[in-house]
Design a protein around this ligand. Structure first.
Ligand SMILES: Cc1ncc(COP(=O)(O)O)c(C=O)c1O
Length: 480
């Protein structure tokens, strides 16, 4: 949670100067506008009325009145003895989060509306971003980095970060990649684009992908000029028998926590996938996007560790730190390193160096691990809350994919349709995403909701789940 002081210090700047004649409802309107435009996001804590009055140079009663009015309108919530925080606003309608990955789910029934709870999958709790640790690492980098580091560098990125990643990935994911084989990228998205360009260089034109999958990933692959081959997923992961029939020589998989089903690929399926790659000289892109978040089971190593010469392993800080950093990494087979370097340098020469050095320092000093340990505990508690609340109210609902990650799949009973669930949730101010839009091949399937439990501010998770459950009850009643 952002400390009260942090918001307080900047708020008067966001609001602008107090007009000379500030009678009427200037403050109320300025605050409303700031919330609606998204400049003050849901979950932000407002300064105390005393602190804001002092910063603005107005009377405290003016601030109290403005807070009361905004509270009545649902923009903020104040409880006696605790802080006032932002609970609503139309910010996200105005493009604040235009790039939300789930936003690309065609027909997935994304819901938008003022004052709503965000249960779309894709974003970690941004209020947990380790600001002070980050700042300490930036300070260290600025004090220590030689001037030469700010020049053009290796397309694979900072050698410091790659060296640290090499041992970090071996330690936490069992990835076998010396620093020479690691390339820093602008998140998974750019690594996937890079992989597609590698496929092209190797004469591969067909790329298999799990069905269901992230619509934005499919879009990226087809825009890269590849033909997409959707392959079904069962309880053990991608159907390797179907993959073999498809004739594709490249595949994109999420073995640690398949998106959106949340399936963990079984050891047998991993072995079959590796055999598939060896038999065909194929390439596997391993999307390890939320590997840091494991709750009820020992982590299973990356598939890359089983067959480093056939796997492009991709990691990202989008879930562990923040997607806005746009930073990830690709561990490539040794035979592909020069191609990776050539392609990456045509995109952007190399990724920006400062953030790379900062993350290297965060990992090296153990701050990154500490952050993950702390956030993992919080996410696990949230996961427990959401699973318990849903299954207590709807014993016939199956909640899947819960052992890892930052989303769950809620399989709806046959008397609740997916569209009704999404729109009834919307009527209760819950933004959520249906499962159907994640499939490339349409067909009759169990309806479901893909629910993120980390985008909602911590204090809003309980109300968000209760609102969602009321929505599901309505959806059930409507069907009767
Ligand atoms: C399945 C999947 N893989 C990877 C990512 C991370 O992508 P990036 O690193 O480009 O932010 C996401 C983000 O939502 C995702 O849903």
């Amino acid at each position: 949670m952002i400390p009260v002081e942090r918001t307080s210090r900047g708020l008067e700047l966001l609001l602008g100067p107090l007009p000379v004649d500030h009678r009427g409802r200037w403050l109320e309107a300025a605050l409303r506008d700031t919330i609606r435009s998204g400049r003050l996001s849901i979950g932000s804590i407002l300064p105390s009325s005393r602190a804001l009055a002092r910063d603005l140079g107005c009377s405290r009663s003016l601030v109290v009145e403005a807070y009361q009015q905004l509270s009545a309108e649902g923009y903020v919530t104040s409880r006696p003895g605790s802080a006032t925080f932002v609970t609503g606003g139309a910010g996200e309608d105005e493009g604040v989060r235009t790039a939300h990955p789930s936003g690309a789910a065609p027909g997935a029934g994304e819901v938008r509306g003022p004052g709503s709870y965000d249960m779309r999958p894709g974003e970690p709790d941004l209020s947990t971003f380790p600001r002070s640790a980050w700042l300490a690492s930036v300070r260290h980098v600025m004090q220590q980095a030689p001037d030469g580091l700010f020049g053009y560098g290796d397309p694979r990125g900072s050698v410091d970060l790659r060296t640290i990643l090499s041992s970090y990935l071996a330690r936490v994911r069992g990835v076998l990649a010396p620093r020479e084989q690691i390339c820093v990228s602008t998140g998974f998205a750019q690594a996937l684009r890079l992989a597609c360009d590698i496929f092209r260089a190797k004469g591969i034109r067909r790329v298999a992908i799990e069905d269901p999958s992230h619509p934005q990933m499919r879009n990226l692959i087809t825009r890269a000029g590849m033909a997409l081959m959707p392959i079904p997923v069962d309880e053990q992961g991608i159907r390797v028998d179907e993959l073999a029939k498809s004739g594709a020589r490249a595949v994109v998989v999420g073995p640690a926590h398949q998106y959106p089903l949340g399936v963990v690929m079984s050891p047998q399926r991993r072995a079959a996938l590796v055999r598939w790659a060896r038999d065909r000289d194929g390439l596997i892109v391993e999307d390890d996007y939320d590997a840091e978040f494991r709750y009820d089971r020992a982590p299973i190593g990356a598939v890359q560790g089983l067959a480093p010469e056939y796997v492009l392993h991709v990691g990202t800080v989008s879930k562990s730190l923040a997607p806005g950093l746009r930073l990830g990494w690709l561990s490539a087979p040794s035979k592909l390193v020069s191609t990776v370097m050539e392609i990456k340098s045509t995109y952007d020469i190399h990724s920006p160096v400062l953030d790379q050095l900062t993350i290297a320092h965060l990992i090296e000093t153990g701050r990154f691990d500490r952050h993950i340990r702390k956030v993992r505990q919080q996410y696990r508690a949230r996961r427990d809350t959401i699973v318990e609340a849903i299954t207590a109210k709807f014993p016939d609902v199956r909640v899947r994919g819960i052992s890892a990650g930052i989303h769950v799949l809620v399989e709806l009973p046959s008397d609740i349709s997916e569209d009704a669930a999404v729109s009834c949730a919307a009527a209760h101010s819950v933004r959520c995403v249906g499962l159907a839009g994640h499939y490339a091949i349409p067909g009759p399937r169990t309806p479901g909701l893909v629910l993120g439990y980390t985008s909602t501010a911590p204090h809003s998770l309980g109300p968000a789940i209760r609102a969602l459950l009321r929505g599901l009850e309505d959806a059930r009643c409507a069907a009767r």
